[in-house]
Design a protein around this ligand. Structure first.
Ligand code: FES
Ligand code: FES
Length: 172
């Protein structure tokens, strides 16, 4: 619990840039990223940790930004959808999802890309069950999920092809 009107300065990095945020220590990360850092690619949906629209990477793990208070983000490295532009893993995930026409309105897409990027960062060859588990916290109101699963499985095949290509390169 914080005293009313209490202010603090919290420092963390957002897409590689250090930011210092002054405000209530219990202000939510989703609001800080969107309002202070201009990262509107971080979407707001339910505000209670159910939809996954606000997911960002915190030290490489997928986290609901609506459930993180400013003080809990102190000292962490946060990656927003804009920051994924520099991550090869995320680029492969995005490419696969686009090729499979995984989304319709696209509002949920940043959260799904975040969850899948976090998955492929920790498991380069996930099973379908592992993909489904990784996406348990993401809601899509348009697609019925089949197209998203197709995209995720396509990404897994792309990573496997990359590994096979690298292995062949080592033996030739
Ligand atoms: S807005 Fe954070 S999970 Fe829905
Ligand atoms: S594509 Fe519209 S909510 Fe997922």
């Amino acid at each position: 619990m914080t005293a009313e009107g209490e202010q603090s300065t919290v420092r963390f990095t957002v897409d590689g840039e250090t930011v210092a945020v002054v405000g209530a220590p219990d202000r939510r990360l989703v609001d800080i990223l969107r309002e202070d850092c201009g990262q509107t690619g971080v979407k707001r949906g339910c505000d209670i940790g159910r939809c996954g629209a606000c997911i960002v990477l915190v030290d490489g793990a997928a986290v609901n930004a609506c459930l993180v208070m400013a003080f809990q983000a102190a000292g962490t490295a946060i990656t927003t959808p804009a920051g994924l532009d520099r991550m090869l893993v995320a680029q492969v995930v995005r490419e696969a999802l686009i090729e499979e026409v995984s989304f319709q309105c696209g509002y949920c897409a940043p959260g799904f890309v975040m969850s899948l990027t976090a998955l492929f960062l920790r498991d380069e060859a996930p099973t379908t069950d592992a993909i489904l588990t990784a996406l348990e916290g993401n809601i899509c109101r348009c697609t019925g999920y089949h197209s998203i699963l197709r995209g995720a499985e396509s990404a897994a095949r792309k990573f496997a092809a990359q590994r096979n290509g690298a292995a062949e390169g080592q033996t030739s």
